[in-house]
Design a protein around this ligand. Structure first.
Ligand code: SF4
Length: 163
């Protein structure tokens, strides 16, 4: 969904958003119930995931280093995400954008840690969100409210829902 500002090649080379430090576990992707049902049993990908309330559960940290990262169960170190588009969480397809609840208002904000997009939204990203992508995200959240996260300080707000 962000291919006009974020190339598939740079995502494939980076994979930053598919690996998680302990303090980032709140950010692991959320899957719809029907996909959880499929991926928590033996499936075509050969990887059985563990989920809690739709969110993938990761563990297996080997050190006490808070910077240690554990990859998403569906990340292949060479090929990237192994999931087909229909099974990939919406959450992943809009990253580094997030829909958040800020003081009772829905906002679309930028996760400031994406190495490619940067900490400050570019004009191209703002235009993309304001000219359609934002509405798409607000619409999706109406039927999938579990993707709405609590607002965090430091996430620049790009769009606030007004209706
Ligand atoms: S589901 Fe795919 S895109 Fe999302 S974090 Fe896991 S490997 Fe990355």
């Amino acid at each position: 969904m962000l291919s006009s500002i974020l190339s598939k090649q740079s995502c494939a080379a980076c994979k930053f958003c598919c690996s998680f430090r302990r303090q980032s576990l709140w950010e692991t992707p959320l899957f719809p119930p029907e996909v959880v049902e499929k991926l928590s049993k033996p499936n075509e990908y050969g990887v059985v995931g563990e989920f809690r309330d739709g969110q993938i559960v990761l563990g297996g940290y080997k050190t006490a280093d808070p910077e240690e990262e554990v990859p998403c169960s569906f990340l292949d170190p060479h090929k990237g995400c192994i999931l087909k588009p229909e099974d990939k969480p919406f959450d992943c397809s809009i990253w580094p954008l997030r829909i958040m609840n800020k003081d009772g208002k829905l906002v679309i904000a930028l996760t400031p840690t994406c190495p490619s997009v940067g900490a400050v939204p570019s004009q191209a990203l703002v235009n993309l969100v304001k000219n359609g992508l934002g509405d798409k995200i607000f619409e999706y959240a109406k039927t999938h409210p579990y993707i709405i996260k609590e607002y965090r300080e430091g996430f620049p707000i790009i769009l606030m829902r007004t209706k």
